[in-house]
Design a protein around this ligand. Structure first.
Ligand code: TXA
Ligand code: MG
Length: 359
């Protein structure tokens, strides 16, 4: 094998009852400084021993991740956070009790013993306890906190299946645990609890309403501007990069459903006239509205959960189709839709058209 190329083991595991021998081997790889991709309830993660500088560094190399983008420390129980965080405010404790295991990452004011590469030089540290039996057993078996970003090449859509991980990272990591498709399909909510009022840095499965039910107040980071454009410097370094991007450029069309469909039809005619091959990312049932394009669906208009679950797979499916521009239907910026909108806006890299019915 060429230098730097690794043999990647691919192990299928039952998500409700993983084979203990496979978990043991994967845990050993992590403990010894290797990289293991594993399923979580949000997306697949790429794990390394968070106490080991070399292991953490190899995550950045395998993903091509910018060094200034910090990682989340994954734990298998609440008590472990107290071993590795400098301080845990009461509201963090209450949030952990309410939402862990689950898609909520908490930014605390600092860590102990954890490799400094994990926080990428920031004085704070992110913690999360995933709601997935394979992930929890793997972390327990490793016996160390596990630093894990999403298991994709940086900039690509996050992986929601083990095949997505394999496509991006085969030969760059030691093992992939295949526990079937992820449930939520979008990454966790990142919540900064270092200040007086908690601030959402990245929207996800746990919504502002869920959080404020526990903490009273909650704010959105200023950079998550409504128009999808970054206003000001995001407090979460990862939010400043174009992300989730399919290979072809994408234009996101937002507004009321009928106006969106009308505008995408108009734009697709325009692009086709220019000789371009057009893809459309739409809700199930809308694909018949569009002709002469490659329409790929993600979920239904009635069910935000189905859109989130299918979004990243749909974005990846445009790759290698020859499509030269993708026109995407926006979603309502509410509840879980906030997370989906945020990912779509990032995937579009700021190419957003907002339509309004002017009649
Ligand atoms: O659902 C998830 O959160 C998945 C699964 C694998 O757990 N993980 C994930 O990790 O999405 P990643 O690395 O792709 O995204 C982590 C985000 C980035 O935007 C990063 O900048 C932010 O969390 N982050 C991590 N530590 C931070 C810190 N100390 N302060 C501010 N933002 C932080
Ligand atoms: Mg990521």
């Amino acid at each position: 094998m060429a230098p730097g190329v690794k043999k990647t083991f691919f192990w299928q595991v039952d998500k409700s009852c993983p084979d203990p021998e496979i978990v043991r081997q994967a845990g050993l790889i992590l403990r010894q400084g290797g990289l293991v991709a594993f399923p979580t309830e949000t997306v697949y993660g790429l794990g390394a021993n968070a106490l080991d500088d070399r292991a953490v560094k190899s995550i950045f190399t395998a993903k091509g991740r910018p060094q200034d983008n910090p990682l989340i420390v994954h734990v298998a129980d609440i008590e472990t956070v107290y071993n590795y965080a400098k301080s845990v405010p009461l509201k963090a404790r209450r949030l952990m009790e309410q939402f862990w295991p689950g898609p909520l990452t908490l930014i605390l004011s600092g860590g102990r013993y954890i490799s400094e590469l994990v926080s990428a030089g920031l004085p704070s540290l992110a913690f999360r306890m995933p709601d997935h039996r394979v992930a929890l057993e793997l972390i327990k078996e490793a016996g160390v906190p596990v630093a894990a970003p999403s298991a994709n090449i940086s900039g690509r859509p996050s992986p929601t299946t083990a095949d997505h991980v394999q496509m991006d990272l085969q030969g760059r990591i030691n093992a992939i645990l295949d526990g079937g498709p992820s449930g939520w399909g979008v990454e966790s909510t990142v919540l900064d609890v270092t200040g007086e009022i908690p601030v959402i840095l990245r929207p996800g499965g746990i919504t502002p309403d869920d959080i404020s039910a526990v903490t009273g107040l909650v704010e959105m980071d200023r950079s998550l501007g409504k128009n999808g454009l970054v206003c000001g410097k995001p407090r979460s370094p990862g939010m400043k990069y174009r992300h989730y991007a399919p290979s072809a450029p994408m234009v996101l069309v937002e507004g009321d459903a009928p106006d969106v469909v009308r505008e995408i039809k108009r734009l697709s005619r325009e692009y086709i006239q220019q000789g371009k091959i057009v893809g459309v990312l739409c809700r199930e049932g809308n694909q018949n509205e569009y002709s002469g394009v490659l329409a790929i669906t993600a979920g239904t208009v009635f069910d935000q959960f189905s859109v989130a679950a299918q979004l990243f797979d749909a974005l990846r499916r445009f790759d290698n189709t020859g499509v030269e521009v993708i026109l995407a239907e926006g979603v309502e910026d509410r509840g879980l839709g906030m997370a989906v909108s945020n990912r779509l806006r990032k995937a579009a890299g700021g190419n957003i058209i907002r339509v309004q019915n002017l009649v």
